[in-house]
Design a protein around this ligand. Structure first.
Ligand SMILES: [Fe+2]
Ligand SMILES: [Fe+2]
Length: 252
């Protein structure tokens, strides 16, 4: 098997799809829906960050946050390029995505404003981290143009979660910095359930279909469990406590 072959699912070992017409219709439809949601989250997060653009507590924070916004905007552009491969329908959806305002977005996590700097940090640390699980699967997925767009996005998402983690750590440990440990814990409790919701419904038919289509490597529930396992030591290292993964959830 080479890098150009589909690695799992119904078409395993065949060449990756290079355009949507090559895909079984049901799989192409699912790709459209996944890209639609992905693009929406990228643009939405810029709207959430925007009020803090010149409010960050330090010069370095201001620069890094501006970098996060620039990256997310380009991720949105890259995902829209995949949507445009669906022809007129894709182009129309891109126009619609560009007109959406905060509050109109598909996932709850992306309609919640950042009231405190701790929201910026906890969001990038815990919600952006979910993106890494999704993008990591797309990197090897059956749709070639998407798989090839992912490495740079993944690299940048690593920077985003590092920015969030380091900021929260400073909030806990450095009295001269913005906020304090309680504020960091509150922000963790606010965003952790929203991050877990982002993996999607455990019993969703589309979750298994995405695996069959070679788009996602694991189901929503398996990815969510792995996330909880991975963030537990990070939360411990911050000196914070992990909220109950089943509490405060809207999607499970
Ligand atoms: Fe992104
Ligand atoms: Fe990000």
């Amino acid at each position: 098997m080479t890098l150009r072959d589909i690695r799992w699912g119904q078409a395993k070992s065949l060449r990756k799809y290079e355009n949507v017409e090559m895909m079984p219709q049901e799989h192409a439809e699912l790709l459209f829906r996944i890209m639609d949601v992905q693009a929406d989250t990228e643009f939405a997060s810029v709207q959430q960050h925007r009020p803090w653009m010149d409010q960050a507590p330090t010069m370095e924070d201001r620069w890094l946050q501006a970098k996060v916004m620039e990256d997310e905007m380009r991720h949105g552009l890259q995902v829209c390029q995949v949507l445009r491969m669906f022809g007129e329908r894709g182009s129309a959806r891109v126009e619609e995505l560009l007109s959406r305002k905060l509050g109109d977005h598909k996932l709850d996590s992306f309609n919640i404003p950042f009231h405190e700097w701790s929201d910026v940090l906890a969001f990038t640390c815990f919600v952006d981290r979910v993106g890494i699980y999704q993008l990591g699967m797309f990197q090897e997925c059956s749709f070639g143009p998407l798989a090839r767009a992912i490495p740079l996005m993944l690299h940048e998402e690593q920077l985003h979660i590092g920015f969030g983690y380091n900021g929260l750590k400073r909030m806990v440990q450095d009295d001269s910095y913005y906020g304090n440990k309680e504020m960091a814990q509150d922000a963790l409790c606010k965003w952790f359930p929203r991050a877990l919701d982002m993996f999607g419904h455990s019993k969703s038919r589309n979750s298994q279909l995405a695996v069959d289509a070679g788009l996602k490597r694991t189901t929503n529930e398996v990815a969510r469990e792995q996330y909880v396992k991975d963030v537990r030591p990070l939360i411990d290292a911050l000196g914070l406590w992990m909220p109950d993964p089943d509490a405060g959830r809207n999607i499970g």
